[in-house]
Structure formats: structure tokens, C-alpha cells
Design a binder for this molecule. Structure first.
Ligand code: RP5
Length: 175
């Protein structure tokens, strides 16, 4: 089922796709329409600029940008659009993503980028955070997010039960 695109996911390179698919998966699960494009701040600045500037008029509400290297992309987009931008630092260099984390987080005052964790956790959390931002004006999405949280809590309960079983007298951990 095709949904209106509300989240734009921008990759600095096609090599970022596998990790950034975690954001796509989360948004699909929450029934939030998204699109993925490749546009680099350094290699194709005009393409990135055109995307950032056209996004609000196309109905998008949040941008997610994944980048490694000298990870300018999230900040570049944030400078060009009024939409909230979430930056995902990727481990693309020998510095394992720490370089990208610092580059994305340390935005100058006045132009924020919401920075999440390095790699796949960050990509998934970027999807959730984008949905949370959109849910402030979408009660049905807020309900789906609440159900998602409840499922997470159920999973933790299940893990807690397994730990208790293992530690019970006569259980596998005590045998
Ligand atoms: C960044 O440089 C991209 O976002 C990617 O994470 C990294 C490496 O890009 P490729 O050399 O694989 O195209 O701009």
C-alpha cells in the first residue's frame, strides 16, 4: 500500500544504504511513508540543496540524513530547510564513526541537528524519533507508537522471565 511520503532519508553514499535500511524498516512498521535518496554534501551539493529546499513543499515533515566521513550532510540539509533534521553518524572511516558523531552533533548554535547513535541503532532510533515528531500532530500515529513501545516492554518481560527460569533452583544456570 503506498502512503504519502512524510520522511525523507538522505544518504551521503549508496554505501550507507544497508545500515540506513533500519530507519526504513521502523517507519514501515509504524506505517509512515518514507523515501530514500542519495545526495552528498561534498560530491553533489546542488542535488542535496534542491532536495532540502523542495522537501517542505512536497509534504515531508522530517529529514533523516546518514553520513560517514567528514559528515557534513545533516548540517548542510539543516541549513537549507526549516524541517527538523535527524543525523545518523555512520562508521565509514578508520575512526569507526566517532568522527561522524562529533561532526554531526557539534552544530553551531542556531542550526540544530538531532544526533542519534552511531550505526544501526542510530538508524532505527532516527526512524522512531521521526515518527514521534510527526505524531505530535497525528493521534493515529501516536497510538501506533504507543503499541510499539508496549511490544518493546513485552519483549523485556519475556527476557526477564527467561532469566528467572535459568536462575531458578534446579534451572539450567544452577544445574
Ligand atoms: C560519506 O562518505 C558517505 O556518507 C559515506 O558514509 C562515506 C563513504 O562514501 P563512499 O566512499 O562509500 O561513497 O560522504
Amino acid at each position: 500500500m503506498s502512503r504519502p511520503v512524510r520522511v525523507g532519508i538522505v544518504l551521503g553514499s549508496d554505501s550507507d544504504l544497508d545500515v540506513m535500511l533500519e530507519a526504513v524498516k521502523v517507519l514501515d512498521a509504524l506505517e509512515v511513508g518514507s523515501e530514500v535518496i542519495v545526495a552528498s554534501a561534498h560530491r553533489t551539493p546542488e542535488r542535496a540543496r534542491a532536495y532540502a529546499q523542495s522537501a517542505p513543499g512536497r509534504g515531508l515533515g522530517v529529514l533523516i540524513a546518514g553520513a560517514g566521513g567528514a559528515a557534513a550532510l545533516p548540517g548542510f540539509l539543516a541549513a537549507l530547510t526549516p524541517l527538523p533534521v535527524i543525523g545518523v553518524p555512520l562508521a565509514a572511516t578508520p575512526l569507526a564513526g566517532l568522527d561522524a558523531l562529533l561532526a554531526i552533533a557539534q552544530m553551531p548554535k542556531g542550526v540544530p541537528v538531532a544526533t542519534v547513535a552511531i550505526g544501526s541503532w542510530g538508524a532505527a532510533n532516527a526512524g522512531i524519533l521521526a515518527a514521534q515528531i510527526l505524531a505530535t500532530g497525528d493521534p493515529a500515529l501516536a497510538t501506533r507508537l504507543a503499541a510499539y513501545r508496549a511490544r518493546l516492554a513485552d519483549e523485556v518481560d519475556e527476557r526477564a522471565r527467561k532469566v528467572a527460569d535459568r536462575l531458578a533452583p534446579g534451572g539450567p544456570a544452577r544445574a
